[in-house]
Structures are given as C-alpha cells and as structure tokens.
Design a protein around this ligand. Structure first.
Ligand SMILES: Nc1ncnc2c1ncn2[C@@H]1O[C@H](COP(=O)(O)OP(=O)(O)OP(=O)(O)O)[C@@H](O)[C@H]1O
Length: 218
C-alpha cells in the first residue's frame, strides 16, 4: 500500500478553544489508483491533503507514505519524504515567473535526483508544451500554465501525486482537457493520485471517491 491513513485527527486553535476539523479519518491508496476527495466547504479536504503532503502534522493517528509514518517525523523529516515521494499540484499554478517553461519544468526534479532530457522531452510533447519552452509563465494561458505545473510535478517522478482543485482556475472545457491529460500521464507513471474537488463530475473521472462530512468519512 502506497498511502495508508489511519484514524487521523486534527484540530485548530480558536479563541473558544480547539475546533476539531478531522475526526478519525482512515483510508488507503495503492500504486496506480486515483481517488477523489469531496465534501462541502469546510469539511476538512484541504486540511487532510496538507497532512498527507507532510505540510502539517496530525494531532493523532498514522499517515504512512511508502511504509514510513510521516506523522511521527519532524519538519525536516516530512520535508525529505515530500521531496522524494510526493508531488503537489495546486489551483494556483505557482510557476516561477522569472524562469522559462523549460526551466520551470525541470525545477523540482533538480532539487532531488534530477531529470533526464528524455523525460523532459517526453513530458513537453505529451503536455503540448514543446513549442512553448522558451516562453515565460506570463506569456501562457491558464491551461498552459497548469500543464507546465503538472509537468514540473511529474518530472520528479513522485510515487504519490496530490492535487487540490487543480482545474479550479480554468474554464470547464480547459479544465476537463487538463484533467484528462493529467490522468493519462499519472496512469502512465504508475503513481497514486489523490485529488480534492468540489465537482461531482470531475470526481466521477477517478477510480474512487472519499466523501468527507464534518471531518469524518461519510
Ligand atoms: N490553519 C488553520 N487555522 C485555523 N483553522 C483552520 C486552519 N486551516 C483550516 N482551518 C479550518 O478548518 C476547517 C476545514 O478547512 P479546510 O480548508 O480543510 O476545508 P475544505 O473542505 O478544504 O474547504 P473548501 O472546500 O472551502 O476549500 C475550516 O473551518 C477552516 O476554517
């Protein structure tokens, strides 16, 4: 099992005391599986994704990525797992404005093991970016920018890809195209894929769905 989440709890502090956001969430995800994380606004989707990404630590419970309990690691330990095993795609494309498309594509992989020219070439072709490599992010459409962000994530060959509303800033047609392309490339890479979405329609394109209601699996 690539990802195993067991009885995870998380509260946030407020003036009136701790507010529970996740109340005993458990699920698993295997290599090659795609899972949509749905639920109403405030149900805890982004919080859960951040915990799985190692961006924050749960109050209680286990989160195993490739057999390692990241909940028990310190910030540096979680950062190491994130760099090696996990890829993130956000609604905001988060490209580096001063770097070209080609430089953005290889940026994350350079922080880790590096990326071969063949893999970059393959991703640029598959993502329809081959003619745009010398451009800067501001010279691209939203759909093109998100395709660069997806390529940058996939270049590092993560085993687990986490996406938070990856098509949320795109119009419906562009978003559908970008998601289809992302799902094809994820399938080819054999990675596991977990995606937060508000859309039942988009959730339906993934293998399975986990619906959160008030911090618990519905
Ligand atoms: N860092 C934080 N400090 C305090 N409260 C937080 C923090 N992060 C999230 N929350 C609260 O936790 C609850 C769940 O937030 P979360 O972003 O996980 O929900 P969500 O399901 O992703 O919502 P949305 O669909 O609107 O993005 C919300 O009530 C939110 O205000």
């Amino acid at each position: 099992m690539l990802l195993s989440v067991s009885d995870v709890h998380k509260s946030f502090a407020s003036a009136d005391g701790p507010v529970p956001v996740l109340r005993g969430v458990s699920f698993t995800l295997d290599h090659g599986q795609t899972l949509a994380l749905t639920g109403e606004s405030g149900s805890g989707k982004s919080t859960l994704l951040h915990l799985v990404a190692g961006l924050d630590a749960p109050d209680d419970g286990r989160i195993e990525v490739a057999g390692k309990d990241i909940a028990g690691l310190d910030d540096a330990g979680r950062a190491a797992v994130r760099r090696r095993d996990v890829g993130l795609v956000f609604q905001q494309f988060n490209l580096i404005p001063s770097l070209t498309v080609a430089q953005n594509l290889s940026f994350h992989a350079r922080l880790g093991e590096g990326v071969s020219p063949e893999r970059l070439d393959y991703l640029a072709q598959r993502l329809g970016l081959a003619d745009l490599l010398a451009r800067y992010p501001e010279q691209l459409s939203g759909g093109q920018q998100q395709r660069v962000a997806i390529g940058r994530t996939l270049a590092a060959e993560p085993r687990l890809i986490l996406a938070d509303e990856p098509t949320g800033n795109l119009d419906e047609g562009t978003g559908d195209d970008v998601l289809s392309l992302m799902l094809e490339l994820v399938a080819d890479s054999g990675a596991a894929f977990l995606m937060v979405t508000h859309s039942d329609r988009l959730a339906g394109q993934l293998d399975a769905r986990l619906h959160l209601r008030a911090g618990q699996v519905a």
